[in-house]
Design a protein around this ligand. Sequence first.
Ligand code: NAP
Length: 286
Amino acid sequence: MQNLKIGWIGLGKMGIPMAEQLLKAKYLLSVYNRSKDKEAALKTMGAQTASAPSALMATCDIVFLMVSDDEAVSQIFKAEDGLLADESTGKIIINMSTVSPGISREMAALCEGKGNFYLDAPVSGSVKQAETGTLVIMAGGNEEAFEKVKPVFEKLGKLSMLVGANGAGNSTKLAINSLLAIHAQGLAETVLFAQANHINPEDLLTLISNSAIGTVFGKIKGDAIIADNYSAAFALKHIVKDLRLAKAEGLSSPLAAAAFTTFQNAETEYGDEDIIAVLKALKVEN
Ligand code: NAP
């Protein structure tokens, strides 16, 4: 049994498998999710549950967040029973959600004011990588706090790197996700172009996977296209959020701007499906 006590907030598509990795690594884990029904699976595996974020802050050494967006983060910190309602000190709060650099800097200052540390530590990779502890983690914040939690990061990911002060992890993640959006749209457009020229998508995607431009992302999403399976691993609405955040940070380059328009247009109909459902939106358009 590892002797660090860890709290986990957010049991969505990513939060559940990530929290499971920590249980498998024998950490003492206590979880909290807004919708209580999602806590059951973790409870069965041996996690404790907490009634509120403040309770996790009071009882844990480290508290992780893996939630949707800035608004969720703000509520979890500032609610009456939120993280900041507790008065304990010396704790490390690690926000792994993809959010704005600004909210990380704000929460980091509030944590520091109460004698605690905040790290922004978003992840690259999706549900499969979360399930196998092979995420890529980019962190912003205090170096000493980062070194202290590195052994925990090693249970969640294959690489963790401190890239700068608070907010730098989020800025890095937004840069990577702008490439993700461009890549997803490019893959979808390529499949549609080939299909229009009577090329079998399975043949095309097999050739791409084995070529110099083959990627893990292309293989996973190519398999989804072939299987006609658009259920969300990474919901399309989340990439719209990320591109909106990137735009607010100054991203206005031609490909990223085009991808933002494409994904925004697709969101109403395909927002809850996977990012690669952009193919269906582009198909309708053409
Ligand atoms: P998800 O399945 O939509 O889960 C979202 C989680 O946030 C749920 O636990 C939800 O609670 C919680 N939440 C939302 N609003 C809240 C609020 N106001 N107060 C408290 N809790 C709230 O999302 P996900 O796919 O796990 O993604 C989580 C984060 O990781 C996002 O920032 C996403 O961009 C990022 N990310 C996702 C992937 C991926 O492939 N899925 C990969 C890398 C990064 P409820 O259960 O009560 O709704």
